[in-house]
Design a protein around this ligand. Structure first.
Ligand code: SF4
Ligand code: SF4
Length: 253
């Protein structure tokens, strides 16, 4: 027992401060990418050929990168002969609309804005979420789970994960939504009292990720439910998830 107390004292206070501009992230972390499409030569398409999830596709005739499909493998950065693709360490990736995940020449990245004032009055100080793993590989689920540890301590912001959708204010969906999970996801949504929100966390839940277009999946939560927040990543880093949730609640702008 004394050893446990000594160890605990030696560990000190473990909860990381947040929000801060630069939370502790692992070396090699890939955050918000930038693509200088002006460097692209006509007909090059090296990034398009190498990307495992088909992120590079034109948007209204303009070259674009769909961050909702990206698994942050870094292949495009390594393979681009012109050095046009780079990844920052900016973990603030969450957006409110699916189309905001399309990076093109036009405009700055539009980070998630807050829920309406009426919704913030309901959820702003207490948000309960039911996590639904709709066919995920378990990495997204693990990085959601870690938000409950002392380092991230999500409960200090009034956010908790609950066991029953009847006790929840919304769903946090991971995985591409396999056909076997479709009914369970719909039933979980129906059991959640309105008003309710849906968060798609990870490339799979946003677009199907590596499993997009497969007969066994529905290619993302948006095929089944109205999504209020999209958090890119494969899996999204816990700070990216927390940042998105706090933006949704209007606690970060
Ligand atoms: S980092 Fe994203 S955009 Fe680049 S090749 Fe990998 S999946 Fe495609
Ligand atoms: S987004 Fe990536 S980490 Fe998350 S479930 Fe899909 S494959 Fe796994």
């Amino acid at each position: 027992m004394l050893n446990i107390i000594r160890t605990r004292l030696a560990q000190g206070f473990r909860t990381a401060k947040y929000p801060v501009p630069n939370p502790p992230l692992p070396g090699g972390f890939r955050g918000l990418p930038s693509v200088d499409f002006s460097r692209c030569e006509t007909g090059c398409r090296a990034c398009e050929k190498i990307c495992p999830t088909g992120c590079f596709a034109p948007d209204n005739g303009r070259p674009a990168l769909d961050l909702g499909k990206c698994i942050f493998c870094g292949s495009c950065e390594r393979q681009c002969p012109k050095g046009a693709v780079g990844f920052s360490t900016d973990h603030r990736l969450a957006v409110r609309k699916r189309e905001d995940l399309l990076l093109s020449r036009a405009g700055a990245y539009r980070k998630a804005d807050a829920l309406s004032a009426a919704m913030r009055r309901i959820f702003g100080r207490s948000l309960r979420l039911r996590q639904v793993s709709a066919g995920g590989c378990n990495a997204c689920e693990a990085d959601v789970n870690v938000l409950n540890t002392p380092v991230f301590d999500i409960s200090r912001f009034g956010i908790q994960f609950v066991a029953s959708p009847r006790h929840a204010d919304g769903l946090l969906v991971t995985g591409p939504v396999t056909r076997n999970m479709e009914l369970a996801l719909r039933k979980t949504w129906e059991a959640t009292p309105a008003p309710r929100i849906v968060i798609a966390s990870g490339a799979c839940a946003i677009s199907g990720g590596l499993f997009a277009g497969r007969a066994e999946t529905l290619s993302g939560a948006g095929a089944v439910l109205p999504v209020d927040l999209f958090i890119p990543g494969c899996p999204p880093h816990p700070w990216a998830i927390l940042d998105g949730l706090l933006r949704l609640l209007g606690k970060i702008r």
